[in-house]
Write a protein that binds this ligand. Structure first.
Ligand SMILES: Nc1ncnc2c1ncn2[C@@H]1O[C@H](COP(=O)(O)OP(=O)(O)OP(=O)(O)O)[C@@H](O)[C@H]1O
Ligand SMILES: [Mg+2]
Length: 279
């Protein structure tokens, strides 16, 4: 397919008119360690609108996971405000509207593919027949048909990560937080995962905040890229990614506009990589 409808980027991002789902304002995180205090996140503010796919991009150690964990309520903030749909995020309180996909696959080794994917629904008390039908659809969507009864040890890393992804998506979270979910995968498997995720997201349009240090991944998937500086994580730049959708994860990378935006952001990201290395 052609991912390139016209040249350049329209001034208005994909979801500019929609309501704000995630709002982060003046966010700081100061860790107290044995060696003293460490400022990990410094005065970060951004918003994610309904149906936006926003990538939080920055070098290793710049505070991406720290920010995501604070947004998820898994980690207390030091300063600032975080709201989801206008409600303050409370540390330790789970928001049923929010789904989280971790960096490493976190599937249960003692559960089969179908039992892993159906876990949340089971906990929520969904009736068996209804659950089975939903799980079956999820398995097909993830390209895992025929592996229903397999245990995670019988799957490849990419397949396990598909299970982890579907286990979260089956709960139909309106807001999806993802922390480098494909970081541990090889390039080919990563592209396969991009295809799967694009297919699902382009249909469902969840509001997504996706952490990555992989610029190609951020450009392939997202509607906006928020670039963070090297530690302490500060907001450096905000880029609209307006390649036409539906996108093809493979051919998109061969387009001129992909290359153009890649070089543009790479320059800025490269400065932060160098700052990280120089520490
Ligand atoms: N619990 C903690 N206690 C002390 N320091 C921490 C803690 N968690 C993270 N840090 C520090 O905060 C900084 C940001 O860490 P964070 O994990 O958010 O980085 P990141 O951007 O997600 O990196 P990566 O891409 O490698 O996952 C790092 O310097 C890290 O050492
Ligand atoms: Mg991280």
């Amino acid at each position: 397919m052609s991912a390139t409808a016209g040249q350049g980027r329209p001034a208005v991002p994909e979801s500019a008119a929609s309501r704000t789902r995630i709002s982060v304002e003046g966010l700081d995180k100061l860790f107290k360690t044995a060696d003293g205090e460490l400022l990990a996140v410094d005065n970060v503010s951004f918003e994610v609108k309904q149906g936006e796919f926003v990538a939080l991009l920055g070098p290793s150690g710049c505070g991406k996971s720290t920010i995501l964990n604070m947004v998820a309520g898994l980690l207390p903030k030091t300063k600032g405000a975080i709201r989801i749909d206008g409600d303050d995020v409370v540390h330790g309180k789970i928001n049923p509207k929010v789904g989280y996909v971790f960096q490493r696959d976190t599937v249960f080794p003692w559960r089969t593919v179908e039992a892993n994917i159906g876990y949340g629904l089971e906990i929520a008390g969904m009736a068996k027949a209804e659950r089975a039908a939903k799980v079956k659809r999820a398995i097909e969507l993830a390209g895992l048909a025929g592996f229903d009864k397999n245990f995670p040890r019988m799957l490849s890393g990419g397949m396990r990560q598909r299970v982890a992804l579907m286990r979260t998506l089956i709960m139909e979270p309106e807001v999806l937080l993802m922390d480098e979910p494909f970081g541990a995968l090889d390039t080919h498997t990563k592209l396969e995962m991009h295809k799967t995720l694009l297919e699902i997201w382009e249909r469902e349009r969840q509001t997504v905040l996706f952490v990555t240090h992989d610029l190609g991944e951020a450009l392939t998937l997202s509607s906006r890229i928020i670039l963070l500086s090297a530690r302490p994580g500060r907001l450096k730049e905000d880029f609209a990614v307006t390649f036409a959708r539906p996108r093809d994860a493979v051919s998109l990378r061969e387009t001129a506009e992909f290359g153009e935006l890649y070089s543009h952001i790479w320059h800025s990201l490269g400065e932060e990589f160098r700052r990280t290395k120089a520490e």
